[in-house]
Write a protein that binds this ligand. Structure first.
Ligand SMILES: NC(=O)CC[C@H](N)C(=O)O
Length: 244
C-alpha cells in the first residue's frame, strides 16, 4: 500500500516554500510506516488522476497563473469528477484561487478558474500580507491554524462551500468577512503559506486520514511526538495573538 501524492505544476506554483507541505505529508506518512510516491505534473504531462490519493497545488503569481490556465482548463472534467468522488486536495493561495470560478487581476484580466468550487476572486488595491491565525473546527485539540499570507486577490465564498476557518489575526479570504480558506468535501483551499503543514500537524494528519479512508485502509494514524511542531505553532499564536 502506497499513498500517491500528485503535485500539480511544481515548477510554476511554489511560492514561499509551499513544497514543504509535500515534505510534511511524506515525512508524517513514513514515520507511520506508510510509503508515499510524489508525482510531479506540469504543463502537458498526463495526469491520470484516478491513481491520486492527494492532489496538491501551491501558490503562484498572477503571471504564473496565466501561464498554466490553458493547460489546467483541459484537466477540468478529470479533476472535478475526482473531487466529487472524495479526492483529497490541498490548494494554497494562487492554486486555491484557480479552483474557483475566476481570478480577476489588478489589470482587470479575468483568469478563468476550474469552477470546481463555488467561489471567485478579485484583486484588491492593496496586498494582504502578514502572519495569520485562524480558528477551525478540525477534529483536533489544536483549534488554531497558523501561517503566512501574501496575496492581492480577495476571495468570496458562495453558499455551496464552507470556510475552512475564522480569522483571529490577519486577512484571510478577503479581509472583510472574517473567513479563511474553503472546505468542500475533501478539498481544502487556503491563503496560508508557511509552509502550512509543518506548523499545523493536525491539518496534515487530517489530509492523510481522509486519503487513507478513501483508499479503504484502516486509517487509525499512530500519534506522533509533535512537540516541536506544536511549539512552532504556539510560538506564532503567542507572538501574534496573545501579545497583540
Ligand atoms: N501568494 C500567491 O499565491 C499569490 C496569488 C495571487 N497571484 C494573488 O496575488 O492574489
Amino acid at each position: 500500500m502506497k499513498l500517491h501524492i500528485y503535485h500539480l505544476y511544481p515548477d510554476l506554483l511554489d511560492l514561499y516554500g509551499d513544497r514543504g507541505n509535500i515534505l510534511a505529508l511524506t515525512a508524517r506518512s513514513k514515520w507511520r510506516g506508510v510509503e508515499t510516491e510524489v508525482h510531479k505534473i506540469s504543463l502537458g504531462d498526463p495526469l491520470r488522476i484516478e491513481k491520486a490519493d492527494i492532489l496538491f497545488m501551491g501558490g503562484g503569481s498572477d503571471r504564473e497563473q496565466n501561464i498554466l490556465v490553458e493547460d489546467l482548463g483541459k484537466r477540468r472534467e478529470e479533476i472535478k469528477e475526482a473531487v466529487e468522488d472524495g479526492l483529497v486536495v490541498l490548494a494554497i493561495c494562487g492554486g486555491y484561487q484557480m479552483l474557483g470560478q475566476y481570478y480577476q487581476t489588478g489589470e482587470d484580466i479575468r483568469i478563468p478558474g476550474l469552477s470546481i468550487l463555488d467561489l471567485y476572486t478579485v484583486a484588491g488595491q492593496k496586498r494582504l500580507i502578514g502572519n495569520v491565525i485562524a480558528e477551525s473546527d478540525l477534529p483536533s485539540s489544536l483549534k488554531t491554524i497558523v501561517g503566512f499570507e501574501n496575496h492581492s486577490g480577495k476571495t468570496y465564498l458562495g453558499s455551496e462551500v464552507q470556510p475552512l476557518a475564522r480569522i483571529l489575526r490577519g486577512y484571510g479570504n478577503n479581509g472583510e468577512d472574517g473567513t479563511e480558506g474553503v472546505r468542500y468535501k475533501n478539498v481544502f483551499g487556503t491563503y496560508l503559506h508557511g509552509p502550512l503543514l509543518p506548523k499545523n500537524p493536525h491539518l496534515a494528519d487530517l489530509l492523510l486520514r481522509l486519503a487513507l479512508e478513501r483508499k479503504g485502509v484502516d486509517s487509525e494514524l499512530r500519534q506522533l511526538d509533535d512537540s516541536w511542531e506544536i511549539a512552532a505553532h504556539q510560538a506564532v499564536v503567542n507572538r501574534f495573538l496573545k501579545n497583540g
